[in-house]
Write a protein that binds this ligand. Structure first.
Ligand code: SF4
Length: 284
């Protein structure tokens, strides 16, 4: 039986991207290859909020008590090693049991599964087949992987997903890769973060789209360069612009400007509904 280190497992409304507004189970795995300490900071500077909180990590025993941050990665506890004790390693049957408990009708109906992180394609690809093949998951129709788009699919997982999609043909199953590619405003290096060939491979398995977090005109200029790189590699999917802002005060400064920017350039706008609706608290 496969195990996955689970940072959070909760039921909410998808606040971003293609499935915005859809009731969804969020499975947040532990671990990420990035830190994204540049979000919300002046260009070239890195946030210390996550590191400062890590120094007092021993004070927290559950995710719901963790403070929100206004700069850097808003899911810092899902990858920072000092918070790893908050994320249990669970067998897939235990994860499925918990999912059934939180689904409103105790079975899959029209809800969608979001596998997020951290970076969910980092090391857990080998464990997902056990989870998705569980009998209680057989009515699941739609999965989204919320990824930073740097992790190749293993040949085994690619084969599994391709078969999963056509099993129970009448369900019209869909697999989506919501790729939040990291621009320089994240603090990550371009050559580490922009991997067009990886994202093009996702399109062989399901629907992939790009989602860029934007705060300034410079961020948009960076997004345009990235989009050109993805397109020249053959990427065909949609592109969304999404405002920076894990807390309402930052989000409210950016959302309208980013929506207008998206309109001006004929791109899609993604909100972050979890911020105005739920203050982006842990578990939402
Ligand atoms: S890739 Fe996502 S989870 Fe990882 S550090 Fe960046 S924002 Fe956080």
């Amino acid at each position: 039986m496969s195990k996955i280190k689970i940072a959070e497992l909760f039921y909410s409304i998808q606040g971003e991207g293609r499935y915005m507004g859809v009731p969804s189970v969020f499975l947040r795995t532990f671990g990420c290859n990035f830190k994204c300490a540049g979000f919300g900071m002046p260009r070239g500077e890195l946030s210390k909020e996550a590191e400062d909180l890590a120094e007092v990590a021993h004070m927290y025993t559950k995710y719901e008590d963790l403070p929100l941050v206004s700069t850097g990665c808003d899911s810092y506890a899902s990858w920072h090693p000092d918070f790893k004790n908050l994320s249990p390693m669970l067998e897939s049957s235990a994860i499925v049991n918990r999912i059934m408990e939180i689904l409103p009708h105790k079975r899959w109906e029209d809800e969608h599964l979001v596998i997020t992180g951290g970076e969910p394609l980092l090391g857990w690809q080998r464990a997902y087949p056990d989870l998705l093949d569980h009998a209680s998951m057989s009515r699941l129709k739609e999965i989204t992987f919320e990824t930073n788009g740097t992790q190749k699919l293993t040949p085994e997982f690619k084969e599994f997903l391709t078969k999963w999609k056509i099993t129970n043909h009448q369900l019209n199953r869909e697999i989506t890769f919501s790729v939040s590619a990291k621009l320089p405003c994240s603090g990550e290096k371009w050559e580490d973060a922009i991997k067009p060939e990886v994202v093009c491979e996702y399109e062989q398995v399901g629907t992939a789209y790009l989602k860029f977090v934007i705060a300034t005109e410079q961020d948009f200029a960076d997004a345009e360069c990235a989009i050109a790189a993805y397109r020249s590699a053959g990427f065909k999917g949609h592109v969304y612009l999404m405002p920076v802002g894990g807390v309402e005060s930052v989000y409210a400064l950016n959302n309208k400007a980013v929506a207008l920017m998206a309109m001006k350039h004929g791109l899609r706008y993604s909100d972050r509904l979890q911020v105005p609706l739920f203050k982006n608290e842990w578990g939402t």
